[in-house]
Design a protein around this ligand. Structure first.
Ligand SMILES: [Zn+2]
Length: 284
């Protein structure tokens, strides 16, 4: 990506180097919300919940980021700023006001409105505090463990989480959450996949507009994004971890589905093509 000289978002809280334990415990509602927003790259919602909830202990150590970490921080802030510009524009066209999410950068573990978070959970969006949480070391993991490296792949992750925020603002998240309370696990998973694929689509929408406004995409970027979307498909991840797939347990979408929806956003730039809830499940 070409982001040199681009503005950085102000909506970022840097908690790296701060070891914090949360003050919030989760109710049942919180647990359900949590289940749907975790990025799930080997991330286990249970790992969230099993973390001991201590009493707001925060200790600060001196933390000096490496040059690479610093560059990644600038990158994340620039990408977030780009999403703010794109979504502000799109919301305005619909006569709506876009209220950007916050982003918390953390290292190791932190607290969130959805409970305690650790790096093991992967990046996630918490609707309770409208915040995207990311331990930037996750991007290193994408590169080394998931064969999903590349700057545009990382930007896609951020834009996907922001996509969940867009779903929050448009009321989609709460509708899905309500519907899921009266469903079987299988149906609930399918609804979750629709939500995830739409967030992938929204990531593509951002990339389309960012590129249109700034010519930010370079040769190979789109391939990086599509590769990442494909590497984190439920089928691919299950095959890797257990050697077989259980389609009824999928809750983020297959490799083919995820890359298809990201691509659709990237190619159309038009949010009206992103109603993943209106299409028969078998055709997603
Ligand atoms: Zn997601």
């Amino acid at each position: 990506m070409r982001l040199g000289g681009r503005k950085m978002s102000d909506n970022v809280e840097d908690r790296r180097g701060k070891r914090s334990s949360g003050k919030m415990s989760l109710g049942i509602g919180g647990t359900i919300i949590l289940g749907i927003i975790i990025w799930v790259l080997g991330g286990d919602p249970a790992s969230f919940l099993s973390q001991q909830i201590a009493n707001g202990v925060t200790s600060e150590q001196t933390y000096t980021p490496t040059d690479e970490e610093e560059a990644m921080t600038v990158f994340a802030k620039q990408v977030l700023k780009g999403t703010e510009e794109t979504w502000t524009k799109i919301f305005e066209q619909k006569g709506l006001k876009y209220i950007p999410p916050k982003m918390v950068l953390f290292s190791g573990a932190t607290y969130s409105g959805c409970g305690n978070a650790s790096s093991a959970t992967g990046p996630f969006y918490c609707p309770a505090d409208q915040t995207v949480y990311i331990d930037l070391s996750f991007f290193k993991e994408m590169e080394t463990q998931l064969d999903a490296g590349g700057d545009f792949a990382y930007a896609y992750v951020i834009a996907h989480e922001v996509g969940h925020h867009v779903q929050y603002l448009l009321g989609t998240l709460s509708k899905v959450q309500q519907a899921q309370q009266k469903m079987s696990q299988k149906e609930s998973n399918q609804l979750n996949i629709r939500l995830e694929l739409q967030a992938d689509f929204y990531a593509g929408i951002w990339a389309y507009h960012d590129n249109k406004d700034y010519a930010s995409l370079e040769e190979g970027d789109i391939e990086e994004g599509l590769n990442a979307a494909s590497q984190i498909g439920d089928d691919r991840l299950q095959m890797k971890s257990q050697g077989y797939t259980v389609p009824d347990s999928f809750n983020h979408g297959t490799s083919a589905q995820r890359s298809r929806w990201l691509k659709k956003g990237l190619e159309t730039g038009d949010v009206s093509h992103g109603d993943t809830f209106a299409i028969p499940y078998s055709q997603l």
